[in-house]
Ligand binder design. Sequence first.
Ligand code: BES
Ligand code: ZN
Length: 853
Amino acid sequence: MSKAETIYLKDYKAPQFTIKTCDLVFELYEEHTQVTNLMNIERVDESAKDLVLDSIELELLEIYLDDEKLSEDRYVIEEEHLRVLNVADAFKLIIINKIYPQLNSELEGLYKSGKIFCTQNEPEGFRRITPYIDRPDVMAIFKTTLVANRERYPVLLSNGNKESNFKLDDGRHGATWFDPHPKPSYLFALVAGDLGVVQDKFVTKSGKYVRLYIYTDRGNESKCKHAMKSLKDAMKWDEEVYGREYDLDLYNIVAVDSFNMGAMENKGLNIFNSAYVLADEDTATDANFMGIQSVIAHEYFHNWTGNRITCRDWFQLTLKEGLTVFRDQCFSADLNSKEVQRIEDVDALRERQFVEDASPTAHPIQPDSYMAINNFYTATVYEKGAEVIRMLHTLLGEQKYRKAMDLYFDAFDGQAVRTDDFLWAMGKAGGIDLEQFKRWYHQSGTPKLQVDERFEDKKYTLVLTQKVPKSVEGSEQKPYFFPLKMALLDDNGQEIEARTLIVTQEREEFVFRAEKKPTLSINRDFSAPIIVEQSHNDYAFLMKHDTNSYVRYESAQSFGLQCIENMMKGKEIDEEFVSAFGHILEEDKLDLSFKSLLMELPSVSAIMQRQEIVDFDSIYAAKEKLQKHLALTFKDKLFSIYSKNHTPDSKELDSLSIGKRAIKNRALKLLSALESDEAVAVANEQYNSSVTMTDRIAALDVLENTSPEFSTVALGHFYKKYNKDTLVMNKYFSILAASHREGTLDRVMALQNDPAYNELVPNLVRSLIGVFARNYKHFHAKDGYGYKFVADRIIDIDKINPQMASGLAGAFKIYKKMNRTNKKLMKTELERILLEPSLSKNVYEIVSKIVKG
Ligand code: BES
Ligand code: ZN
């Protein structure tokens, strides 16, 4: 392990040189690309003699310093750097180098996605294109010229505005782009290809005309409508809610099939995983449409929170990501259902971030060290980061929060800053001392809040005790400062009192007056990212009556958890839970999407998180038994909910239609627990007659897990119809990889040879291998073959794409909580991975932390 050194925030040093301008020429060929990079560089640190540029796997051809060709004794080529010796205070440097995008399978730097040249430079990809001071606090003005074959690459794009086009005689052509906004190298992008385009426009509130383009493989243009609408909605929302306008005349989005992440906010030229651009009712689910809306908005919002104001260093990542996730969550909440959005965001946080926070890879939203920065684009930095911003929003209130954001933009526009700078603006405009609040940035693990109540002499006392876990390294951590929304409810569910408490101490009491003992509704809207520990039996009441929809949902979940946990201890099914569930089914005035969330039983992950040593067999047994009991008890009602809401010909995307699909598919899934011919027949009929992908996928999932015969036929039909559409094939692979049926591992192994599968395409790896690794039933099989299979894939894929491989390794984060047998099996595989001779630092970091923990 040569490269596995740890980088510390405390070692941060300002750059010794800065780059004022960067003028690039890319000559793109079928085997290689030649890059000519002209930089104007200035010294900032008097004591620095040599210029050190980041450079990975670059073939240097020539270097010129102030137009003079440099002899070889004037520079040194180091492992990951190019050192130019003894430079002047200000100089012009020209570097000509060669790269091989066609061979780039890591998908960082310049690479090919199918026939399209594209880039991914965040966080440290630019050093794989040309030698550079590749860090976000060096901001330059970029000019880019692309030259390529005209037939193969008619479209040539880069950041900013196009300055000129030119034709060459050998069948080649070129274009020059200029971006007037100084930016760090991670926001640089270029694209060359034969692409279809969809065009639109947006007029900003100050009357500026912006041309909008979405580029995609030819033939997919009709699938860009929703993305384009989402972009315009996002532009408008940022003007209305944050007062922020777009700052170029052009906004380009390009969709590519091979992309490590979801999308990237390159200035004026976003590059997207096609999964977050392309959609129509026939090929995309309702969830896909929502995903596109939020990712398009997220990348657009980065233009202000990320691009105009960027990060000083990568330890500050949550400055732009946590904030921008908060912004996209609010956008989605405003455009769709606020209550459903909040519940789904909280659910996502708990499914992914809470698990991470309880594992040996737990880290604060602002980590203080890392080995591979690529490993820190985590649920913690993103989702917990967004919760931290949300708490600030709650503490300040909408108006002061907006004032604080305005101050942040005024004070730091055009700069590379720290989370502390952001907090300064929040504290100053908010008139609030955030010293203690800062612990949210530097401590890890999810705090628990024990809630006790007393009622005597018309006095209601709430006793709150914070239990802050130790850090991964074992050090003590201190109590947090957070807003806690709560209410006291009377017997009819009316609010006697609703308040936002400010919690700051390890133990605190709050006293209220009340005539009768009230019912407590706590952590409303999930106002703080904590685990509430409360022993009471008000769940049924809160599920039915709470005026806060999040607490209604949460109470249904907690009640379900309590019921399942009791069953796991050998108790009978709690009939009170069953009757509360029945009560929900009868409520006819509820929003259908919300009602379908109330009908959701706790996830296996949620149950597992509360166990010291995880016992999947007993979790599944209890959950399946409860599901079956509910399905039997409410069979008629569930079938009637199904038929009332099943409108097979409708493919509308309004919230009512989406809600109808959500609830009837929830009813169907529950009914499938009966494993009856009737339920299977309904699913089969739905598969055959539906016109939306949402309905087809829901039906396939039910068939796959209940009826091998019907499933084989339906999946065969599906395959025949969609095997050329890789976005749809992702869904096909996911259904099979998530299957609970016997023989799933064998089928997954065989699917690797399917012509539609390709280990070089991250989406396909995620949907087959990644989904299998989260299929608890088969991944944790007692024979250890699930572990062995995933470990083999990690080892293989690491040689192709380390970022992909370390993502898969995340499935082992649960290691510490496994029983002895499984732990031993896991350990064998983890140690085998660590023995790989040329393991990437990405995988090494994750796996070694898991084993050590
Ligand atoms: N800046 C990231 C994309 C990124 C991060 C690319 C790290 C490569 C390495 C982008 O803004 C982002 O956060 N994308 C998310 C989606 C978003 C909606 C949370 C992603 O790609 O998953
Ligand atoms: Zn982002």
